[in-house]
Design a protein around this ligand. Structure first.
Ligand code: SF4
Length: 239
């Protein structure tokens, strides 16, 4: 999130849960099996467990997960599991509470750790940790996260810090993200754009084109590799 804050989208630009449900149903009908709810931070949206309930009822989803910063996870873990979420990815860039506070502009590491415990207790499995690194997983913060992950048996993925406008990105260590050769992901933004690639400004609006056409166009326009993106920021489009 930028230090200076965000321009909030007008309410009527944001897809309703019913609209998101329709997009996901159509995508599943067209052959997509893996669904992940990301953000911004999904747990701050009011009634998020209701959306999880709606999506988990769609037949044909083989993998249903959520990425979160974990700050509200203690409060939500049990209801997410009950609503049908299978697994969860939690962002964790350091095990040092002061560094965590600095990186997240005031976040409380203890709360996140309690959230991870609550997710484990609720039966969300596997719990994967996402750790952003500057250059290598040998950095001090990453080593701390790796130690915690090993002790607790959580898979961890190290994600090179990206610069969307300069086209800097890399293959995720321990995961499949960032590898253009095998990337088949599409993203739906909160205001209804289907994006074929993070590092590309192509976007197809489901309200303007219709859902099926927007998805088809995004698949057709999937680039061979990402270049750069001037329109996007991660807090808008998710990771
Ligand atoms: S195609 Fe785009 S979204 Fe997929 S890995 Fe490459 S840069 Fe990332």
């Amino acid at each position: 999130m930028p230090e200076e804050g965000l321009r909030l989208l007008p309410h009527d630009e944001i897809l309703s849960y019913e609209e998101i449900y329709q997009v996901v149903s159509t995508a599943v009908d067209m052959g997509i099996g893996k669904i992940r709810i990301t953000g911004g931070e999904p747990l701050v949206r009011k009634g998020i467990a209701d959306l999880v309930t709606m999506i988990s009822g769609i037949k044909g989803i083989t993998d249903f997960s959520m990425s979160t910063n974990g700050i509200l996870l203690e409060e939500f873990a049990a209801s997410l599991k009950e609503a049908g979420l299978q697994r969860i990815n939690v962002s964790l860039d350091t095990m040092d509470p002061d560094r965590y506070r600095a990186i997240t502009r005031g976040g409380d590491l203890e709360r996140v750790l309690r959230g991870i415990e609550a997710a484990k207790k609720a039966g969300l499995f596997p719990i994967k940790l996402n750790c952003v690194i500057r250059k290598t997983s040998g950095e001090i913060d990453a080593l701390g996260v790796a130690r915690f992950a090993t002790e607790r048996g959580f898979p961890v993925r190290f994600i090179r810090q990206m610069d969307l406008s300069r086209g800097q990105y890399g293959i995720v260590e321990g995961g499949t993200g960032g590898n253009c050769r095998i990337c088949n992901r599409l993203r739906l933004t909160s205001n209804g754009h289907i994006k074929p690639c993070l590092l590309n400004d192509a976007a197809f609006n489901v309200r303007e084109l219709g859902i099926r056409e927007a998805i088809s166009e995004a698949i057709r326009e999937k680039p061979e590799a990402g270049l750069f993106s001037l329109d996007n920021s991660f807090y808008h489009i998710g990771g």
